[in-house]
Write a protein that binds this ligand. Structure first.
Ligand code: MF3
Ligand code: CO
Length: 259
């Protein structure tokens, strides 16, 4: 079910979104060769709690058969697409690219959810890695630019796919963006590619959505690690991910997860 948020609720989402963006910026600044990713996860949790929020991913249950997500942050390195578990023992190295994905419920009690992600380089990275990150960010921005009442979710999917494929990369098929706010994941799904017969939702004022292109250098096929969470490319090539939480406003949109 697609939900419509009130002006008051959007005000709280805006406050939470700005705080979350500031948390992620501070975490991203700590990314350097030699960083233990679990230190990033710790910092993220501490900053979220200091902001008066609660980590949205920690303890999240995808389905009943898999263990709850054990971290605050998703840290997805190189061929890891998304949901790289932030509390693993990995240490970042020069030349890596690292996706940092974070969600917060704000305020902590009966609050509202915002969700965002960036991919950042560690030291000097390859020209392909730089282009992959740029194209993924461009795809997100192109989709955001279309958000307004009357636009359709499949228009967002098509522009993401077009931006990505024109650059010779592949959008992930088995994961999507989503409505967000009352829960971390709400309807509608926002696919990163288009296929005939796909569900389509017409955007309306008061909807809040998380758009999140996940882009592979090679094939879009992915696998899940034995930890049940970390998703990586089947061909072990690079992947990048950017995400924002966006409100549909009367005459367009507002990116909520910006400082
Ligand atoms: N931004 C991701 C998503 O919307 C992060 C979810 S991590 C999880 O799926 F643990 F909460 F699943
Ligand atoms: Co999301």
């Amino acid at each position: 079910m697609v939900t419509i948020k009130s002006q008051q609720e959007i005000e709280l989402l805006r406050e939470g979104g700005k705080l979350l963006a500031s948390v992620l910026e501070q975490v991203a600044q700590k990314v350097t060769a030699g960083t233990h990713i679990k230190d990033l996860d710790h910092l993220a949790e501490q900053l979220i709690r200091e902001s008066g929020g609660e980590p949205a991913f920690l303890g999240y249950r995808g389905d009943r058969r898999t263990p709850p997500y054990p971290a605050t942050l998703c840290v997805s390195i190189n061929d890891e697409v998304v949901h790289g578990v932030g509390t693993r023992e990995n240490i970042l190295a020069d030349g890596d690219i690292v996706g940092l994905d974070i969600g917060m419920r704000y305020p902590e009690k009966n609050g509202f959810f915002t969700d965002m992600a960036v991919t950042v380089p560690v030291g000097r990275v390859s020209p392909t890695a730089i282009r992959l990150m740029k194209v993924t960010r461009d795809a997100l921005n192109a989709a955001i630019a279309l958000v307004r009442p009357g636009a359709k979710t499949i228009d967002l999917s098509k522009i993401i796919q077009g931006t990505v494929e024109r650059a010779g990369f592949s959008p992930v098929r088995s994961l999507t963006g989503h409505g967000v706010g009352y829960k971390l994941h709400e309807d509608p799904p926002i696919f990163c590619y288009y296929q005939r017969g796909m569900p389509e939702t017409t955007l309306q004022e008061g909807m809040v959505i998380a758009i999140e292109p996940m882009v592979c250098q090679g094939s879009w096929e992915v696998t899940v690690d034995p930890d049940h969470w970390t998703i990586r490319t089947a061909d072990e090539k690079l992947s990048a991910h950017f995400e924002h939480t966006i409100a549909v406003t009367k005459d367009g949109h507002e990116v909520l997860t910006r400082i």
